[in-house]
Write a protein of this length. Sequence first.
Length: 365
Amino acid sequence: MTSIVLYCRPGFEKECGAEIQEKASWNEMYGYLELKKNQGLVFFHLHESEHGETLMRKLPLKRLIFTRQWFITLTEKIDLPDYNRVETIVEALGSEWQYTDLRMETVDTNDGKALSKFCRKLAVPLRQALRKAKVLTEKKNASNKEEGAILHALFLSGQEVILGFSLSHNNSQHVMGIPRLKFPSQAPSRSTLKLDEAFLHFIPRDEWDERLTSGMNAVDLGSAPGGWTYQLVRRGMMVTAIDNGLMAESLMQTGQVKHKMMDGFKYTPMKQNVYWLVCDMIEKPQRVAKLMSEWLLNGYCKEAMFNLKLPMKGRYQQVTDDLQTIKDAFSQHKVKYELYAKHLYYDREEITVHARLLSPIPKRD
Ligand SMILES: C[S@@+](CC[C@H](N)C(=O)[O-])C[C@H]1O[C@@H](n2cnc3c(N)ncnc32)[C@H](O)[C@@H]1O
């Protein structure tokens, strides 16, 4: 049987499962879910084997909010002996297919973290053996990272592994979909990593010079103490920070930040020269969603990056409804747009959304 294995934040297996099942059924592909509770792991067992790859070719990973990484199984769970683990894995793969890279993965739990040392050690001889068996391409032949397939080895323990593959153009470039970002010591809060990851995830690197660059104006709603503002300042932007709370003195001293102590729902910019709107207000997600679409439709900003806080229950439904509010507002105004949402690694009880308009806003009567 073919299954799709999906990685998500531990505790969000239900949302991750509901989403893949829904999107698969839109493509008339069906299967059943096996959720590994609090392990951040979901198995979607497909009724038709060939649907694994077809679905992965049709559905961009970018469209899945709760999935960090995914792969299609090549094997069921394999029991590994204490010795000859490498040989057992190479044998299980056969030599039919070739892969451009190998990802050694575990679940994102404390047990998983403990296993990662074992994985790092095994990776070296396994890579060598896979290259020798021509299952992995030689480094020099793997120049086009957009093509081909990546081999995944998911270690459930030192004795159990599941092998699978993902498509290079439709997976996360990070192991288990987790980017390892360094906390900048000058940043005033850990939240800073959320915006850092969001820019990395949503804005392609080769567009940073145009879309994330020095001299731009930005507004940060719910800015205190300044973790997000820090990310904008460090990219050379001028920031208007809106929050009744205090901003870190170090940021104020840069001369790039204007702090206004007021309600983020009442602030509107004086001039239409704001490029980025970022928003991390702890507020009802429906209110934030509405505010963000208004900013974009009024031309107050060009791009918006914001968090939508998740409720305790019915999280998937709530997220779907919030995003629909934004889509409806854009459709009503007949604008083309880009709208993506992701439960990023540094997000907790929230998702991050990126939105921008791709066509001019029609004049209103
Ligand atoms: C999670 S914190 C923001 C952290 C900030 N992004 C950082 O990186 O340091 C949420 C902030 O939203 C602010 N906030 C909540 N409701 C607000 C509102 N209506 N207007 C302005 N700020 C608001 C709170 O005062 C709080 O400082």
